[in-house]
Ligand binder design. Sequence first.
Ligand SMILES: NC(=O)c1ccc[n+]([C@@H]2O[C@H](COP(=O)([O-])OP(=O)(O)OC[C@H]3O[C@@H](n4cnc5c(N)ncnc54)[C@H](OP(=O)(O)O)[C@@H]3O)[C@@H](O)[C@H]2O)c1
Length: 332
Amino acid sequence: MFNWAFIGTGTIVRKFIKGLSAVEGANLYAVGSRNISRAEEFAKEFGIEKAYGDISMLAEDDNIDCVYIGVPHALHKPYMELCIKKGRNVLCEKPFTINEAEAKQIAELAKEYGVFVMEAAWTKFLPVIIKVKELLESGAVGEVCDIRASFGFFSETDVTNRLYDLELGGGALLDVGVYPLMLALYYMDGCPDKIESDALIGATGVDEINHFTLVYNRNGRRVTAQLSSALKENQGADAVITTTKGRVVIPDFYQAQEAYVYDSEGKLIQTISHSHSSNGYEFEARAVQTCIAKGIAQCDVHTLDDTIDILKIADGMRKEWGLVYPADNMQT
Ligand SMILES: NC(=O)c1ccc[n+]([C@@H]2O[C@H](COP(=O)([O-])OP(=O)(O)OC[C@H]3O[C@@H](n4cnc5c(N)ncnc54)[C@H](OP(=O)(O)O)[C@@H]3O)[C@@H](O)[C@H]2O)c1
């Protein structure tokens, strides 16, 4: 049995638990909330063995194999610190931290305490996303010329919603922009040479719409990734990878179950499919369980260096937009 503990009782924790229903050996062991009654109710609803109303008490529990953190962004770092210092393995929701400096501190801490720590980059673990990566690397579809990917939805401005709360790390980039960004870095194998970006900063101070282009120089060839995210526009979440021999289209890439490969004439030449056995979160959960069982410090699909790259790029763009989170002023 692999004992999972959950911090938070909101939307994503519920989804992740559903994903675990398809993972062999996963046991819903403990839940922690700011409020003991909420933790107890949640535990009862899902048949979770232990309920904690104090996160530091949860972190003390030696029976936990991995803590899954699903709380607002600004709380990721303090909760990770608490858990790592008690020797817990951690899978933390995206964005891993508010900025690069925080991510580096956590990476150091993970090394010091010898625990497994990973950002919950679930989309990178979807078999279709991995198969497209293999296809691009095989050269069968030529070289990548351009990647277009968005993740945008419409929501009403709501100061009580974490999405619009500067203190909690709200905004489109950190909430959903990290998905197209991590997809592009995955398929391009690392950071660009140049970034062009702009954003609409809303009344609550967070970015509501952003567009950004990653520019790579690949042996004199200009390769781009044109990306965007939004809290105020339904941009969908499709990805299109144009190559020298055609293009690959991944509808709803963040939860992909299919991808379509077209030749340069626009003819469909291949369909890549892999269905979820639950809701898609099972793939990252399975990978985490395997790494921890085998004593592997970091999962090669999404390493802490990959996470640091994402936050380094996000920091650079935010600087241009003048978007500063409280955590940015708290670096030691
Ligand atoms: N991977 C994905 O597909 C996906 C999807 C959605 C969100 N996320 C990520 O998951 C994390 C949580 O998002 P969510 O949509 O699940 O949020 P949510 O529904 O608002 O739930 C967040 C939970 O965090 C806990 N919490 C602790 N301190 C809090 C505070 N000061 N304010 C608000 N909540 C607090 C709350 O549980 P208690 O009240 O019980 O403590 C709450 O239920 C974020 O990092 C988000 O980016 C990922």
